[in-house]
Structures are given as C-alpha cells and as structure tokens.
Design a protein around this ligand. Sequence first.
Ligand code: HEM
Length: 143
Amino acid sequence: MYNFIQKFHSGWAYLALLLLVLAVVNSVIGMTSKKEFTAKDRKIALFALIATHIQLVVGLILYFISEVGMKAFSTEGAMKIPELRLTMLEHPLTNIIAITLITIGWSKHKKGATNESKFKSITLFYGLGLVLILIRIPWKLWL
Ligand code: HEM
C-alpha cells in the first residue's frame, strides 16, 4: 500500500507540475496579448486544478502512512533534521496553502467579468501556488 501511494505521488507530481506550468504560461500569454478567454483556456486551468487536487488527496494519504510524514513527529529531534522537517511539515503545509491559492484563483476567474481579469486571476494565484510548490519539493528524494 505504502509503495503504491508513494510511487503514485512521485509520478503524478510530473503531470501536476507540467499542467500547472502550462496554465500559468498560457494565462500570461493571454493576459499580455489581450486575447479572448476561450473554452481552451478554461480547460487548461481546470486540468491543472484537478491534477493538483488529486495530488493533494494522495499526498494526505501518504502523510499518514509514510515514515517521513506525520509519524516522524515521534522521532526525537526530528525538527532539527532539515530533510525530515521538510517531509513532515514544510512540504505538506506549503502545498496545502499552494493548492488553496490555486482553488481561489479558479473561483476568482469564474467571477471575472472581462477576459483580462480571468487571465489575471489564473496568472496571479496559480503562479503563486506554483512558486510555493517548487520551493518546498523534496528534490533530493525525488530526482
Ligand atoms: C501539488 C502538490 C504536491 C506535489 C507536486 C508534491 C510532490 C512531491 C514529490 C515530488 C515528492 C517526492 C517523492 C519521491 O520520493 O519520489 C513528495 C513527497 C512527499 N509528499 Fe508531496 N507533493 C504535493 C503535495 C503534498 C501534500 C499536500 C502532502 C501532504 C499533506 C504531501 C506529502 C508528502 C509526503 C509525506 C512525502 C514523503 C513521502 C515518502 O517519501 O515517504 N505532498 N511530494
């Protein structure tokens, strides 16, 4: 069970990040070139939202079954070990905040009255979410 969830979380991260980068780049282009916000733009943003939400659910399950997740809190001095602090606290917390921002961006774009405001919401919130995710990925474990 642990192996499957861990491998899934590790592999799905590529797809989630790829779609997130695509959504941000697409909305920056749309915003700067003052394009119309079409069904294609909506789909790109929606797929990125879904992919990050799936990663969140799998990440939460992983958090409760991994030795370097919640269980690590019972290890003496765990907070002083940077690698452990990353997987037991920083990575999960930062990613939950990031995915919350992405979700806010999605609902704000829906309320946006103009093409520009829709692209702006995606650029700002998805962009911020992407940065937060990237600064707290356990790169050493992953690559
Ligand atoms: C878009 C959001 C996320 C991305 C891109 C992401 C990506 C990753 C990556 C690349 C790894 C390293 C995998 C490996 O060892 O090959 C990892 C590990 C981990 N992630 Fe996430 N993650 C995300 C969200 C979350 C969330 C929300 C949680 C928990 C609430 C979480 C919990 C964990 C845990 C506990 C590990 C360490 C697992 C282990 O090695 O046993 N992740 N994550």
